[in-house]
Design a protein around this ligand. Sequence first.
Ligand code: PMP
Length: 476
Amino acid sequence: MIADPALMGTAALQRDFSRHSWLHFTRMKGAIESGAAIIDRGEGCYVWDINGKRYFDGLSGLFAVQIGYGRAELAETAAEQMKRLSFASHFGYANTPSIELATRLASLAPEPLNRVFFTASGSEAVETALKMARQYHRLRGHQGRYKTISRRLAYHGTSFGALSVTGIAALRAPFEPLVPGARHVSNTNIFRDDPPESEAAYTRRLLMEMEDAVLFEGPDSVSAVIIEPVQNSGGCFTPPAGYMQGVRALCDRYGIVFISDEVICAFGRLGTMFGHQKYDYVPDIVTMAKGLSSGYQPIGGCLVSDAIADTFMDTKTQMFVHGITFGGHPVAAAVALKNLDLMVEEGVVENVARNEGYFKQQLMELMSRHHCIGDVRGAGYFMALELVRDKETNETFSDEECEVLLRGVVSTQLLDEGLICRADDRGDPVIQLSPPLITTRQQIGAMVDVLDHVLTTVDQRYYNQPRHLRTMPASR
Ligand code: PMP
């Protein structure tokens, strides 16, 4: 039975939380002292906490809940599938929902992405793609290809392989040494890259750097390039024109597997079904998770080109030496399939494409009203505002200021005002907005109104002081 918070009592739940729960990527001491925000239910774009307070979920759970909360059709699909076949191993056995889902994904993706290997999460999808690339090279007689090229600040997951290609020093440091051969190159932070140059020249510079890295490592030692269509960490870095086509050409030139990590960017987030469709390139492997089931079931996977998949199917004795108990789970697959049905029937991807310009325009206007916003960037329903100390010079905040500004002021006030979004300082400080794909223009307006109000506080408290006295107050 689901515990009814009203019966159990908030205090008892908080007591049990403080004794037994362990939140992910969370400073637990603070969470225990202040009490956890305990989410109790959701409907559409909103969630309610156990005290009955309503929030607009401007983060779609964690970039996952594409079609919104509380969809009875998905609950019914799960229940029906559980009654029919609650679990089946993919180790040697197929099941109907996983076949149908793989077929649907192949039909939605461009050629030659036709085969799907399922996992239960994004990290597993990335881990799978990295291992698949390596074994693919071995099967073709290229024993020495094991290295990877990924980008600084990019997040690709927490398991050792995925963490190794992740480019966030603070996440890597506690676990080093990591998997050898992970090389990191510049991301596409157009706002911060210096000196200013034409977009074409910038693209050329980034591609030359990537090619230099391949040549330095030795092309025969490089297995894969892994990048996101729009890089999440650092705040929605979009690629400059020609960049993705250049990466595709580079991978072709040196026989490197091109992995497009679309754990966030697939399933409509950018206003196209897959992230690579937004920027008009076709990778060799697409990693996916999150929005595949709108977060209703834990499911991920790799969508793989014929050339790579067929290499594993050349002879009767070959296999991909890899598997996950919950990969191809029939309930997760049935729910994901129904989610894709609903997304197509209800035109949610089109909703994003239609409103993308409006969303960006609202944020640009917000920027014009606030000292503290230096940049607006992103695509589809995946946008970031970069906060700056000085709009003229784009000077950023110190680490201490970020701590007070993001954690002490912005995050708490946004929550107080009923908006969940992400205030992140893994790179320069940003606020990220990634609402459910069903979000209307009116709801975008309401989200921007809350930001307007909260950032006015930041402007007033910080910028109304003489420059030499500007420090963020230590607490609200
Ligand atoms: N790749 C990317 C691009 C991601 O954003 C994430 C998660 N945020 C992952 C991989 C890892 O996914 P998971 O948390 O499901 O393991």
